[in-house]
Design a protein around this ligand. Structure first.
Ligand SMILES: Cc1cc2nc3c(=O)[nH]c(=O)nc-3n(C[C@H](O)[C@H](O)[C@H](O)COP(=O)(O)OP(=O)(O)OC[C@H]3O[C@@H](n4cnc5c(N)ncnc54)[C@H](O)[C@@H]3O)c2cc1C
Length: 441
């Protein structure tokens, strides 16, 4: 194993959506950059794996949320990938099984809930999102299940300001080759050191020292894109300590959401011949239920989606337990005969992974303003990015991109302000006072 070392203008910690977006900007500004990534792959929580059936499946992000303003939409197209503009049928989940009258009733209850949420996000005191449920409301279980999928946590654990503050254009598309594939491909060619874990960031001296399991690097500036739970658990130590960052990260833990992909054999696919790209809910009368995407893109697959405590429990019990839970819920929807036609392909376990420790960030009640605290730079040379730093687009891959790019723009401006006379190909040595290197060398 080679040693990790060197002097850089900027070191980026993490090669997920935020780190890759930051590094792209820094490289285009002709800075000396190194990205340090603990995993042996790019993408972080964006991860497409082979299904064994001729197509890839996304264990992490899948939907180009707010696709019309999402930078990954353009990048996917520029890279030659296929954007599928079929909109999800999330809004019709109830109608598929309960009919149009129930669907209308659900629609009204849901709109009223989100109106209350929006209003609560704009005034009063931050409190648990469960406080805007209608007491004894008929659709409370489904609203709770949706929070589990959207936040990875139950409504009573989620800040009403934060949940209501999320911004969307309601246009959700997908990439046939996988969102994870797009993000990893975009990062190809960047100066990234894989399989290298940052252990300590010492920002007390003139240069910042980044200690890894494979040696030490120095940099003028560092962009930290670590998931909040990783920061809160102090898996990377800061010296001097950054107590406000650790506290902010703890207020924005990653909720737990996991996916399970089941293969439909030929007989099973015939059984569900009428279904394609539909979302169904395992049960409408309990919060602890899965969302099932039946034959995404027409593929012979059922994708299960589990959130909150149920997801944490299934993750703890293992992929077989997750598959059995899903098969039982699907038997409740389609009849017991469907069970033998479903076999597991892949399951995620984001909460147990040391480099994510969860799926996406949510704010605990009273902690919505922690996103601002987390995103604030320290001493003009330690910058923070990642999905949790985005106020309107938290929890998403495009929020991560935008925060990474913003941190990189700030870092370039800070470096320029410190040495305005520098040539664009400034190096770490020049930053510390050596003469700028002439262009072209
Ligand atoms: C199941 C699931 C479904 C999702 N669905 C969607 C969706 O449909 N649409 C959407 O927009 N978003 C979705 N998301 C969220 C989206 O994937 C994330 O918000 C986004 O990928 C986060 O990017 P990031 O760069 O902020 O963090 P990460 O991708 O987590 O990047 C951080 C990087 O830091 C690395 N790292 C950790 N510790 C260290 C260390 N000590 N040293 C060095 N490197 C380290 C990690 O390995 C990782 O690569 C989903 C996520 C999950 C888990």
């Amino acid at each position: 194993m080679t040693e990790s070392s060197g002097e850089f203008d900027v070191v980026v910690v993490g090669a997920g959506a935020a780190g890759i977006a930051a590094a792209k900007h820094l490289v285009s500004a002709r800075l000396a950059v190194k990205v340090i990534e603990a995993r042996e792959r790019l993408g972080g929580r964006a991860h497409t794996v082979p299904s064994g059936l001729g197509f890839g499946i996304d264990l992490g992000c899948e939907w180009l949320h707010s696709a019309d303003i999402n930078p990954w939409t353009r990048i996917a197209r520029d890279l030659g990938f296929t954007v599928d503009e079929t909109l999800p049928d999330w809004g019709r989940r109830v109608a598929w099984f309960e009919g149009d009258a129930a669907q209308r009733e659900w629609q009204e209850a849901m709109e009223a809930f989100y109106d209350r949420l929006d209003r609560a996000a704009q005034d009063g005191e931050d409190r648990p999102a469960s406080s805007v449920l209608e007491p004894g409301g008929k659709w409370n279980a489904l609203l709770g299940a949706i929070s589990n999928w959207a936040n990875g946590a139950e409504l009573d654990k989620v800040s009403v300001w934060d949940y209501g503050g999320y911004d969307s254009t309601y246009l959700n598309w997908r990439v046939i080759e996988g969102y994870g594939t797009v993000i990893a491909r975009y990062g190809e060619g960047l100066p990234i050191e894989l399989g290298t874990t940052v252990e300590r960031i010492d920002h007390g001296g003139h240069n910042i020292r980044i200690a890894t399991n494979r040696g030490e690097l120095t940099a003028c500036a560092v962009i930290v894109t670590l998931p909040t739970t990783v920061l809160a658990e102090e898996r990377v130590k800061f010296s001097p300590p950054l107590a406000d960052k650790v506290a902010a990260a703890a207020g924005l833990p990653l909720g737990i959401v996991n996916k399970l992909f089941l293969r439909l054999d030929e007989a099973g696919a015939r059984e569900l011949a009428r279904e394609s790209d539909r979302h169904l809910v395992g049960a409408l009368d309990r919060v602890e239920t899965g969302s099932y995407q039946i034959k995404p893109h027409g593929w012979p697959v059922v994708a299960g989606f589990f959130g909150g405590e149920l997801s944490a429990e299934l993750e703890r019990d293992g992929a077989d337990a997750m598959a059995e839970f899903a098969r039982n819920e699907l038997a409740g929807l389609f009849g017991a005969a469907i069970k033998p036609h479903l076999s597991p392909i892949a399951a995620s376990a984001w909460g147990r992974n040391a480099f994510s420790r969860g799926s996406y960030s949510m704010a605990l009640p009273g902690h919505a303003s922690d996103r601002k605290v987390l995103a604030a730079p320290v001493d003009g040379r330690l910058f923070f990015a990642g999905e949790a730093c985005s106020i309107p687009h938290f929890g998403t891959a495009h929020g991560a991109y935008l925060s990474g790019e913003a941190a990189a723009i700030d870092a370039v401006a800070a470096l320029k302000a410190a040495r305005p006379e520098d040539s664009p190909n400034r190096t770490a040595a020049a930053w510390r006072g050596a003469p700028p290197i002439p262009a072209g060398t």
